[in-house]
Design a protein around this ligand. Structure first.
Ligand SMILES: [Zn+2]
Length: 404
């Protein structure tokens, strides 16, 4: 991989330029890592973190100061973890594009490591139709907006667009009629219709040293009785229990949780020692997402496969004797650097039906739950990815590699 050594005169212009490069390359975040004798800039595109540029450490000190001034961080502070935001307007072609840069700084051996996560703040990006849900999954999700008092879990695997997903789900509700309260850390999109609170920054006014715990916050929110509560990832038992209590007292709760796939979310909740009758009664949906690279539309290669060439577990999902799939071009083209272009989300959606309700109630093992799901209406990640290969998006070999 070639790393270009660069220089700049104005650090602010350079920050704008980085954001432009991010947008044209469809990167998700930018990492700025100081080494002993130079600083490295890496872009995360899909799963890959690509080292792209380097510059001198003298320029790094100018860069980091400019960054901190723009994001209201403390310039003199080098030994603390800091986290803040920059809003910038990137005029790209004819269109104004507002982006929200989330900047975090962490002290490391040579100075500070900076990671900039970029989020488009345009609400047009926040709807379910633009998130690559299959027809099957859209049908399963249709009833989300009719829910009143259940628990919906959104799970993800390492880096993915969980914020975008949750906000897209919330956008399905009529904001004129219902009251949505969000508890986030940090707030990534600001939406006027929601009442948003950030867990880290809210403090007692008479004592700036004390901040609320997640649980205290949640209890406070419940007293205000919103219709929908959206809660960021919970890791502690008490917090999870409070979450179920919220559903138990007639609230619709969206909650994010970390897990490898949709089925293992159930095991993950059980680890919080939530009683099985509560899980069965209040868990309604599990939505799990992963990201996958998409093939470059300018050079992708079409291939026809016989059904018998597919791995056995794929065959039962295919009705025809041959399928046309796509793969990335190994010799790539001028529009891409490696045959891939952008990313797509792949999904698993579980709607708790009557049978699953029974199974949750009787504490059925994960393997048995899986068996039921795979024999019925469930679409595992690898099939969602494979279907996206039929639709020219994902390299079919990547679908083959997805495990369950
Ligand atoms: Zn290409």
């Amino acid at each position: 991989m070639r790393i270009l050594n660069i220089g700049f005169k104005n650090p602010n212009e350079f920050i704008d330029k980085l954001a432009q490069i991010w947008l044209t390359n469809h990167a998700s975040d930018i990492h700025i890592t100081p080494w002993k004798d130079k600083t490295l800039i890496k872009f995360r595109i899909g799963w890959e973190l690509r080292p792209t540029y380097s510059f001198s450490n003298e320029l790094y000190s100018k860069f980091i100061n400019a960054m901190k001034v723009r994001s209201w961080m403390d310039i003199s502070e080098h030994n603390h973890i800091q986290d803040w935001k920059i809003f910038m307007d990137l005029g790209i072609n004819w269109k104004k594009v507002w982006v929200n840069l989330r900047v975090s700084s962490l002290p490391v051996v040579h100075w500070e490591n900076i990671v900039m996560r970029i989020l488009l703040s345009e609400s047009e990006y926040l709807n379910l139709n633009s998130l690559w849900f299959s027809e099957n999954n859209v049908n399963l999700l249709k009833e989300v907006e009719d829910l009143n008092e259940w628990l919906v879990l959104v799970s993800w695997w390492t880096w993915s667009w969980k914020t975008t997903t949750i906000y897209s789900l919330l956008n399905e509700f009529d904001k004129n009629k219902i009251w949505i309260f969000t508890l986030e850390d940090p707030i990534e999109y600001q939406v006027d219709w929601y009442i948003q609170s950030q867990i880290n920054t809210v403090r007692w006014s008479w004592d700036s040293s004390h901040s609320y715990t997640f649980e205290e916050w949640l209890i406070g929110i419940l007293r205000q009785d919103p219709d929908i509560i959206m809660i960021w990832e919970l890791r502690r038992e008490e917090e999870a229990k409070t979450c179920f209590e919220a559903a138990n007292t007639w609230h619709l709760v969206f909650w994010t949780i970390h897990s490898n796939n949709a089925v293992s979310v159930i095991t993950r909740i059980r680890q919080f020692w939530i009683e099985s009758y509560l899980i069965a009664s209040w868990l309604k949906y599990i939505i799990s997402q992963k990201i996958n690279k998409t093939v470059c539309p300018s050079c992708r290669v079409k291939k026809t496969l016989n059904k018998s060439e597919l791995p056995v577990k794929f065959q039962k999902y295919i009705n025809s004797t041959t399928v046309d799939v796509y793969e990335a071009n190994i010799s790539w083209c001028s529009k891409c650097t490696n045959g891939f272009s952008w990313i797509a989300l792949i999904w698993e959606v579980i709607k708790i039906d009557d049978r699953l309700y029974e199974m949750l109630l009787s504490n059925t093992w994960e393997t048995e739950l899986k068996e039921y799901l795979f024999e019925n209406w469930f679409t595992p990640y690898y099939i969602d990815a494979f279907n996206k290969s039929l639709k020219w998006m994902i390299d079919y070999k990547e679908a083959f590699e997805l495990e369950y």
